[in-house]
Design a protein around this ligand. Structure first.
Ligand SMILES: CCCCCCCCCCCCCC(=O)SCCNC(=O)CCNC(=O)[C@H](O)C(C)(C)COP(=O)(O)OP(=O)(O)OC[C@H]1O[C@@H](n2cnc3c(N)ncnc32)[C@H](O)[C@@H]1OP(=O)(O)O
Length: 457
């Protein structure tokens, strides 16, 4: 072993020891140490070197009147703005910023293509507050150069329900990166949320920060292999031909689950009941009330009906012969813009959202061989149909995480492991690690599966 390799091994062993052997924390090759997180080391989050002894809040209990009613100072020619996403012009500013500066793959070939319909759905869930759509503009030109958002959620972390927010769509314009604007934005949104007497948050990121409560892996199921290959999203294995690959991923013409149909308003109560039963198995869950359930699974954009191509959320139920709903699944659409390709401009992407099934509910132990086999069989049928429906909705790839019970169907349904990992974080709340559906070697964990029951956009 070379000196360099030896050094790497020592470093790795050190990290493993720090994390009590928890390899899931090693998703980023070069990890910073806690002391190097100049901002995060000042925040109420679990430290990287901390072994959690007891779950619960980190900071002492506070009241909103202890929190300043004044925004944080911004340097230079920058000013805060509250984005009114019901205003077309302001909404356009947000998606211009995100479409041009949000997450891109390493070679800058793909970029998320956010739309008005997507924001209406993701930023205006019940209880949403305009004050939590925080932007930064350049004073002189009024150009929007940074954004961060929060929506209110009721989280359950194991047995505790925690009134929280979900933070999403943090974005700083490429030309302003590395200038420490992010900490200011996080502090400002924390202030605005705290003023509403909410003290906890859930957020996800591909970046390693102190400290993930769970790590899931992205997986991809090609629906239109030849297009994915043409745009460089998938590569041809050396031993295969194009036709073999197309044949491998070709799905049946039609769905096969009897009683499968789109979810309707009349189904909401019954599906929510089934969903709650199913979700009770997981350790990190978002509880939905009636209005939230309707919003997240039927969408809130009436205009979508006249323009089906802008549809964001797709929900289906399985109604059995007795007229009861035995299963439900949903997926959402968030396409990519393809950069630098003369033929294809857009890549249709479906993301598995929530689902529920009564397949294993009768078993006392969901991990027993019988319960596992029953759920696996049902999920394989349902998710294969979900892929078919996504393909019919012009999606080219179907993405899923290793969260929930997904590990049961990923391999049989040809979901390949992706390069990306998603870290889940809790702000101001300590929690024991939650299984993310991957083993130490990052392969799918079909035995433990995942106890993450929340899906973040
Ligand atoms: C109670 C209510 C609480 C509410 C708040 C709860 C917390 C919410 C937390 C936010 C959840 C967001 C969830 C999502 O939306 S995750 C999606 C994040 N967005 C993107 O990836 C879009 C493309 N990238 C960018 O726009 C920029 O690169 C960003 C904005 C990510 C960083 O811009 P930049 O590169 O110019 O950095 P800086 O110089 O300003 O600042 C450097 C500091 O920022 C820390 N940093 C870097 N990336 C992230 C990140 N993704 N979460 C948290 N912190 C991050 C970094 O470690 C360093 O701190 P420290 O290492 O010195 O300590």
């Amino acid at each position: 072993m070379s000196g360099e390799q030896n050094e790497k091994l020592t470093e790795l062993l050190k990290l493993l020891k720090l994390n009590n052997g928890d390899l899931s924390k090693l998703t980023q090759e070069q990890r910073k140490e806690m002391k190097d997180y100049k901002f995060w080391k000042t925040q109420p989050v679990t430290r990287l070197d901390e072994s959690v002894q007891k779950e619960g809040p980190i900071d002492r209990k506070k009241t909103p009147d202890e929190i300043s009613d004044q925004p944080l100072p911004l340097l230079g020619d920058f000013e805060w703005c509250t984005v009114d996403v019901t205003d077309q012009k302001q909404l356009e500013d947000v998606f211009l910023l995100l479409n041009e500066n949000y997450v891109e793959d390493r070679d800058a070939t793909f970029r998320f293509k956010y739309t008005r319909e997507f924001f209406n759905w993701s930023l205006r869930s019940p209880g949403w507050k305009q004050d939590w759509h925080v932007g930064v503009r350049v004073g002189s030109t009024k150009k929007l150069v940074a954004f961060i958002s929060a929506i209110p959620v009721n989280l359950r972390v194991r047995d505790n329900t925690v009134r929280s927010v979900e933070i999403n769509f943090l974005c700083v314009h490429k030309q302003l990166r590395g200038k420490r604007l992010t900490p200011v934005m996080i502090k400002e949104i924390t202030r605005r949320v705290n003023r509403c007497d909410i003290w906890y948050a859930l957020y996800t990121s591909g970046t390693i920060l102190p400290s993930p409560v769970s790590v899931c892996r992205y997986t991809h199921r090609p629906l239109n292999w030849s297009k994915l290959h043409d745009v460089g999203f998938t590569h041809m294995p050396s031993h295969a031909t194009r036709n073999q690959m197309i044949a491998k991923y070709t799905l049946p013409k039609a769905t096969s689950t009897e009683g499968l149909r789109p979810m309707e308003e009349k189904d909401l109560d019954e599906v929510r009941l089934l969903f709650e039963k199913y979700q009770s198995r997981f350790d990190l869950v978002q509880n939905f009330d009636e209005a939230e359930f309707k919003h997240w699974f039927l969408g809130n954009d009436e205009k979508t009906a006249s323009n089906p191509s802008s549809k964001v959320i797709y929900s289906y139920v399985v109604e059995n012969q007795n007229g009861q709903i035995s299963d439900f699944f949903s997926f959402y659409s968030l396409p990519f813009t393809i950069l630098n390709n003369s033929v294809h401009k857009e890549l249709g992407i479906g993301y598995l959202f929530y689902y529920a099934s009564d397949a294993d509910l009768e078993y006392a132990d969901r991990f027993s061989p019988e319960a596992t086999a029953a759920l696996k069989e049902r999920l394989c049928g349902l998710m294969n149909d979900a892929c078919i429906l996504a393909r019919d909705a012009k999606m080219d790839v179907f993405n899923a995480l290793t969260s929930q019970d997904n590990a049961l169907f990923l391999e049989p349904l040809k979901f390949g492991p992706g390069d990306g990992f998603l870290n889940f974080y809790l702000f101001n709340y300590r929690a024991f690690p939650i299984t993310g559906g991957i083993k130490d070697d990052k392969s799918y964990d079909t035995v433990k599966r995942s106890n993450v029951g929340v899906v973040m956009l």
